[in-house]
Design a protein around this ligand. Structure first.
Ligand SMILES: [Mg+2]
Ligand SMILES: [Zn+2]
Length: 533
């Protein structure tokens, strides 16, 4: 147990190492600065007793003027924030508002202004708290299934190829391609990771991303790895856009990838990036943001972009000017413009995933989870600007939640990542951090479980093996630092998914069909109905 925990720390330290000079300066300030001064973000001066009443009236007026858009959807864009539970959305909205200098609670992310909002029940057929493979299958194929499987029904046992034969269920993207729509997906994870894989692959094991991961049983019974299934996707005109990370899954051992110069993982000598351009006319393979910006969408019918060896970097780390990876709004923009140019009048289907909200949470690092959520909000804004509400259904949802909680009775405008400062008996902010019964400060955000147990609260400097389990004294720690790990109650190597419902936010044709607490696979059925199939 102890050595496993240490292994995680070493790996995680690499992953979370800040690349920004600014971040290092902040880190230095944390080390030398001692107790930091208390700062609050101010509430908008426009907030008055009258303005609250008026804004409530205005919101009612907007609700009364709602009409139902029953047009057939020409296009559908499904945004998935992996692990983006309700608490993540709330915290990200405050985080984004505070980055603009305001208190933040009054802020809204782009998709929170959508007219239709509902809840999604995310359990798998065999799991109370779900994983991303079974839930992505629910959304993409219209049935709940087991955790860990992709594009196959619950009859299949996980990691058992033979049991999965004949259990394949057609994905919405596959059906869209068959009907002549342009199709594609964008993600910040490996494009063979569970969520994107559910748009095109069928496998009883989400980890079978390249051929070397397949066990003998799977090879014997003819199961194919996920990367191969992407390249060989044979429905309609094929996949028009696939953008994300994970070039290691597509290149063979002994051949160096253009992103990192390291060899691939495949042991079948296949270079699937070459097969992509061989397979399709007017196709392109790209691997950095300059190439993405230069894509001629009118003359590129099939675009494959692999911008990292494994997962793409977190949005915060990609915001470094020296980072060669594109941001999610840029990938979304290119994907939509290409699909619009290549679909003619047939319309398109696009799935866009902010896939690393989940990974930052697993690392116990709320900062990066919120930063990635804000990037998803920006990508949705990009999609809204490029499409019409009349003919394009946009859905934003999550596959499952995470154990992030918001508490501590913090005063208005308290830094969302900061230590809690409560109000005094007259409702005004105290001067000092509030102290728990152990006389130590505590943060507004926390996790139920994960690596943020004991002294493991993040950052290279404080990355020490805990002397004793228990809470960490945050008196001289800046919990708003990008590398801070929120405290967790239960010590786990990786913070875990949470089982409560997640939001569904929608606008455009038939978005009003999201109106209640829905089973997650209902999302697929609304999409099909909106297309008029
Ligand atoms: Mg995912
Ligand atoms: Zn996860």
């Amino acid at each position: 147990m102890k050595s496993a925990a240490n292994t995680f720390r070493v790996a995680d330290r690499e992953r979370l190492k800040p690349r920004h000079t600014l971040a290092w300066m902040l880190l230095a300030a944390v080390v030398t600065g001692g107790t930091h001064a208390q700062t609050f973000y101010p509430a908008p001066v426009s907030e008055t007793p009258e303005s609250w009443f008026e804004s409530g009236q205005a919101e009612l007026e907007r609700a009364l003027q709602r009409t139902q858009n029953t047009h057939q959807a020409k296009n559908i864009i499904l945004f998935v924030g992996d692990g983006m539970g309700i608490s993540t959305v709330t915290a990200a909205r405050i985080f984004a508002g505070q980055l603009q200098g305001s208190a933040g609670e009054e802020n809204s992310l782009s998709f929170e202004r959508f007219p239709a909002v509902a809840l999604s029940k995310t359990y798998n057929t065999n799991q109370q708290t779900s994983d991303s493979a079974g839930t992505a299958t629910a959304m993409m194929a219209g049935i709940k299934t087991r955790a860990g499987v992709i594009g196959v029904n619950q009859i299949a046992d996980r990691a058992n190829c033979q049991s999965s034969l004949g259990t394949e269920v057609p994905s919405l993207m596959q059906q869209a391609a068959e009907r002549g729509l342009a199709t594609g997906f964008v993600t910040t994870t490996r494009i063979t990771h569970a969520t994107p894989a559910a748009t095109y692959a069928h496998t009883p094991e989400r980890d079978w991303e390249n051929n070397s991961a397949l066990p003998e049983e799977a090879v014997q019974h003819g199961c194919k790895d996920i990367a191969q299934q992407l390249i060989e996707f044979s429905y309609g005109n094929g996949i028009n856009v696939a953008l994300g990370g994970g070039i290691e899954q597509f290149m063979p051992v002994g051949k160096n990838d253009p992103v990192t110069g390291r060899e691939g993982l495949r042991t079948d000598e296949r270079d699937l990036t070459l097969e992509w351009t061989d397979r399709y006319d007017n196709s392109a393979f790209i691997w950095n943001k300059e190439q993405l910006a230069a894509v001629d969408v009118n003359n590129t019918r099939h675009l494959l972009g692999l911008f990292s060896r494994s997962q793409m970097d977190y949005a915060y780390d990609r915001s470094d000017a020296n980072n060669s990876q594109p941001d999610l709004p840029s990938m979304t923009e290119t994907a939509i413009k290409l699909l619009q140019a290549q679909s003619g009048d047939n319309g398109f289907f696009l799935m866009v995933e902010a896939g690393r909200i989940d990974h930052a949470h697993h690392a116990g690092n709320a900062f990066r989870a919120l930063y990635d959520t804000q990037e998803l909000s920006d990508a949705v804004e990009t999609a809204m600007a490029l499409t019409s509400e009349q003919d394009t259904l946009i859905i934003v949802t999550a596959d499952h939640s995470h154990s992030l909680t918001i508490g501590g009775y913090s005063t208005r405008g308290n830094p969302i990542l900061g230590a809690a400062v409560t109000n005094d008996d007259h409702g005004h902010a105290n001067d000092e951090h509030s102290l728990a019964l152990d006389n130590m400060p505590y943060t507004t955000l926390g996790y139920r479980d994960g690596p943020g147990f004991a002294e493991d609260v993040g950052g290279d400097v404080r990355y020490t093996v805990p002397a004793a389990p228990g809470r960490h004294d945050l008196s001289n720690v800046d919990p708003t630092h990008p590398d801070f790990h929120q405290e967790a109650l239960v010590p786990l190597q990786s913070e875990g998914h949470a089982g409560e419902d997640v939001g569904i936010y929608a606008r455009g044709p038939w978005s009003h069909l999201f109106h209640s607490t829905h089973e997650q696979h209902y999302i697929y059925h609304v999409m099909r109905h909106a297309y008029g199939w």
